[in-house]
Design a protein around this ligand. Sequence first.
Ligand code: PAF
Length: 281
Amino acid sequence: MDVFHTILSFRGALRNERAQGKRIGFVPTMGNLHDAHLELIKTARRSNDIVVCSIFVNGLQFGLNEDWDKYPRTFEADCDKLRSVGCDYLFHPDDNEMYPNGLDKQTRVICATMADVLCGASRPGHFEGVTTVVSKLFNIVQPDEAIFGAKDFQQLAIIRRMVEDLCIPVTITAAPIHREADGLAMSSRNSFITERERPLVNQLNKSLNWVAEQIKNGNKDFIALEAEARKQIETVGLRPDYITVCNSKTLEHAAVDDTDLAVLGAVYTSGARLIDNVELG
Ligand code: PAF
């Protein structure tokens, strides 16, 4: 695996690959890689000649109360993991390379209406930071395909919308949620779950599945279903941020005649905020 720290040298290497007609698959990450990230790399490997990963802890998507500087940096271990699944190129820029004019002066990409709801409501500016860095990374890598985990449902929906609205020539692929044996969605944040909370946190997944089952059985009283799911989660001692049934493309609250639905949820544990979702086609 070749590692690049500058846009110029990285673009040169990719230009050579593209000139040989190679198809490029891209997995953007912030590092601290776990099995779910490696699944994204494996997905990219299956349908592309060249697999590119980026590791960049993007300050622009961290809120004032979120610890950008405490985000785990595990570069050497990440490189070993990427090599073990056949990643070809790793792009690992520093802040100055990505934001040479500073964060405050950086031109932003904003996905209107979808960025300030759900997770965006409790993390102001977060998705603006994501769309800005992802559009920069797309311009740098110019991949044929980019792979994102379906766990971050809102992020995925926003990126799909950004690509459509800005006519970015990349196919966005969602990789299925990678789960622990009890259903808990894998996440870097799971390391902040305490031992006492660990057996309880899969209640989020259980409650989202319960709502999805109710809808499949014809219950369209979404507000009542959301309220009941919240109650189930509170009963085990977790604090729900939101539980919502929404249109999976627009993220607007579901209407009874919507066909593409998703049940999304976020809960707070004592040290983490966990998200999960169930999609209903
Ligand atoms: O999902 C993530 O890890 C980040 O939001 C991403 C897409 C790498 C942008 O920084």
